[in-house]
Ligand binder design. Structure first.
Ligand SMILES: [Zn+2]
Length: 177
């Protein structure tokens, strides 16, 4: 298992559970709440007291950082079940709803998702907007499922801006696979 070569900054976090016990079958994009640099996002997860992390971070200028190795389970989505399966990505966003993201961030997210799918042998990224249907969906070995933090906790993450674009995200990634 490898990490993305799209990474331009590595700031590893001690906040993870070690090796995953499930196969990678999901990608979960999050909103950071703040137009932060990739260094700021990764560095805030170096604090053990935060008890939080992500696999990748995308800063406001679209640069990508590695925070927790893909092979390891990050602490990101308020769900053991999800984080064991998901590659989690924190994306710089506005401070308030709809937590809009810069075009550079969205474009980096498309590139990163395509790269993650390719390296993990996935030919299709799937978005099912209905929570129950998505979580009941049986993901095939060459498929990757998009999930969102709001399904696992009482919060807006990844914000309405990205939530409304999840179908487009899947479509744009699939056009590259
Ligand atoms: Zn989140």
């Amino acid at each position: 298992m490898s990490n993305s070569k799209l990474v331009s900054y590595t700031g590893l976090s001690p906040n993870h559970s070690g090796k995953r016990v499930c196969q990678i079958s999901r990608i979960t994009p999050h909103a950071v709440v703040g137009q932060l640099s990739v260094e700021r996002i990764c560095d805030c997860f170096k604090d053990k007291g935060r008890q939080a992390s992500c696999n990748y971070a995308i800063g406001a200028d679209g640069r990508i950082g590695l925070c927790v190795d893909e092979a390891n389970r990050s602490w990101c989505s308020s769900s053991r079940d999800n984080d064991q399966r998901a590659i989690t990505i924190e994306c710089a966003s506005d401070l308030t709803e709809p937590y809009a993201m810069k075009p550079e961030v969205y474009s980096a997210l498309v590139n990163l998702c395509a790269d993650i799918c390719r390296r993990n042998g996935k030919q299709k990224l799937i978005w099912i907007a209905d929570r129950e249907k998505a979580l009941e969906y049986s993901v095939k070995s060459d498929e990757m499922l998009l999930t969102v933090h709001r399904w696992f906790a009482r919060k807006s993450c990844p914000g309405n801006w990205l939530f409304e674009r999840m179908g487009s995200l899947a479509h744009e990634v699939n056009s590259r696979l």
